[in-house]
Design a protein around this ligand. Structure first.
Ligand code: GAP
Length: 446
């Protein structure tokens, strides 16, 4: 079945409480979104799945949670104050701003040109200024006195937290290369052209790993992480035809990178980056060593060798991944001449794992259903719903991706059994309440 268009997902996300336009009662805030009850769960599950694969189930990666606002010298050393710029042009007539490369790429349709061949404003046809560089970092002030020394930046990536803590981790965690430091957190970029829902926003979430390796081993670890990261998305349900790895051409590489590949997803408008995997060499540790005056290297006691490790960096966007998982999971199908919408999310990602549904609001069904809910809640995020006809409640759970529904009916009172209904196959099984947790555990296979 073809991927849904963007409007379909945006409208489902809003209607069911995944993602709302931010501060909607004030008319919103351009390209800014709030995550509702289901979106918050889905995003948390994505982060947890990442942390589980990258930190918990490995013995060569540790996690950190670094401060967002930190010493601004970090951003000087990383190169962000100097080079984290996009060129910008302004329209002299309508005052709108554009990235000239986006105009040339045709993001606003076929570029309009004057007789001399110069590009004109895509919005009003007016004359554009010469390009000027615009730094994407958000500046703020720390403390009560507004002077040079009080400037701080919101982080444009989480990665620098790992580099500045390299020495601390080496000294406290007993890890030695090859080992990694991972972090999940918010990042902020004053993007000139945000858009496509949560694909590109000014505030977003990243999940990044900096993996430190002996220099000679960097190429093989780069290959290793390409395969690992592609598999992570596939294991969580993104079908092969919507997923690919694309190696950057030489002219696309960042100044520090000797190799970068993107994991890409087939979005409704074409292929787009989900994650970049870069071989960053020793650039970051050398920069921070130089700027801080500290030694950032590893001394191998066995060989007596001292070296600056090289870094392989898989850098993923959690909010962008959320959008890809929603798009990949969405399907509609016809059942008995009725259409049903299903979010076939992997159970690990589904906001609710189980929904408990009493067939009727007449006691003692709600009382028994509450008892069943109490059995499930310690294990999984559950929904409870006693309104509307049962068929409509199933459809609602299908549409928000709940893998299993547990229905409590009048027979349940006598036989202490409930019906477990499967989202994907719609099959129903009768299960004793006493065996329910075990049954659901096996079915969910989290
Ligand atoms: N430390 C390297 C780094 O930050 P990046 O390619 O700029 O690399 C990594 O970012 C990932 O973060 C991207 O692949 C994307 O998923 C996500 N990302 C970057 N900018 C974003 C934005 N403005 N909105 C949403 N996600 C973004």
């Amino acid at each position: 079945m073809p991927a849904p268009d963007l409007d379909t997902i945006v409208s489902l996300a809003k209607r069911r409480g995944f993602v709302f336009p931010s501060a909607e009662i004030y008319g919103g805030f351009a390209n800014t979104y709030d995550y509702g009850p289901l979106g918050a769960e889905l995003k948390r599950n994505i982060r947890d799945a990442w942390w589980r694969a990258m930190v918990r189930e490995r013995d060569d990666v540790v996690g950190i949670d670094a401060a967002m606002m930190t010493n601004p010298r970090v951003w000087v050393a990383s190169g962000h104050t100097e080079t984290f710029n996009d060129p910008l042009v302004d329209c002299k007539e309508c005052r709108q701003r554009f990235r000239p490369d986006h105009i040339e790429e045709g993001q606003y349709g076929e570029p309009a040109r004057d007789e001399a061949g110069n590009v004109r404003c895509p919005s009003c046809g007016g004359e554009l200024t010469e390009p000027r560089l615009f730094n994407l970092m958000f500046q703020t002030q720390v403390g009560t006195v507004a002077d040079e020394g009080s400037i701080a930046y919101l982080p444009p990536e989480t990665a620098q937290g790992m580099f500045v803590n390299f020495k601390n981790i080496l000294e406290t965690s007993r890890k030695r290369p090859p080992f990694g430091i991972a972090q999940v957190g918010k990042s902020f970029r004053n993007e000139i052209t945000p858009g496509n829902f949560v694909f590109r926003t000014r505030e977003f979430e990243q999940m990044e790993l900096e993996f430190f390796v002996p220099p000679d081993d960097a190429p093989q670890w780069y290959e290793y992480w390409l395969a690992e990261r592609l598999e992570w998305y596939a294991d969580l349900g993104i079908p092969g035809h919507q997923l690919r790895l694309r190696a950057h051409d030489a002219d696309e590489l960042s100044h520090y990178s000797s190799g970068t590949s993107d994991v890409e997803f087939l979005f409704p408008w074409g292929w787009g980056e989900l994650e970049g995997i870069a071989n960053r060499g020793d650039y970051d540790l050398r920069q921070h060593a130089e700027h801080s005056g500290q030694k950032l290297e590893y001394f191998d006691q066995a060989s007596g060798e001292r070296y600056v490790p090289h870094v392989i960096e898989p850098a993923a966007g959690a909010t962008r991944a959320l959008m890809a998982f929603l798009l990949a999971a969405y399907r509609t199908e016809s059942v008995n001449d009725e259409e049903r919408t299903v979010l076939g999310l992997h159970p690990r990602l589904a906001p609710y794992k189980v929904a408990v549904l009493p067939l009727s609001r007449k006691e003692p069904l709600p009382a028994l259903a509450t008892e069943v809910l109490g059995l499930c809640q310690p294990h999984w995020m559950c929904d409870y719903d006693e309104t509307q006809a049962i068929g409509r409640r199933y459809r609602r759970q299908d549409e928000i991706g709940t893998p299993l529904c547990v229905t409590v009916d009048f027979d349940s009172i006598d036989d202490r059994c409930v019906t477990v209904r499967d989202r994907d196959t719609m099959t129903q099984n009768r299960v004793p309440i006493d065996a329910l947790v075990e049954h659901l555990t096996a079915r969910l296979d989290l």
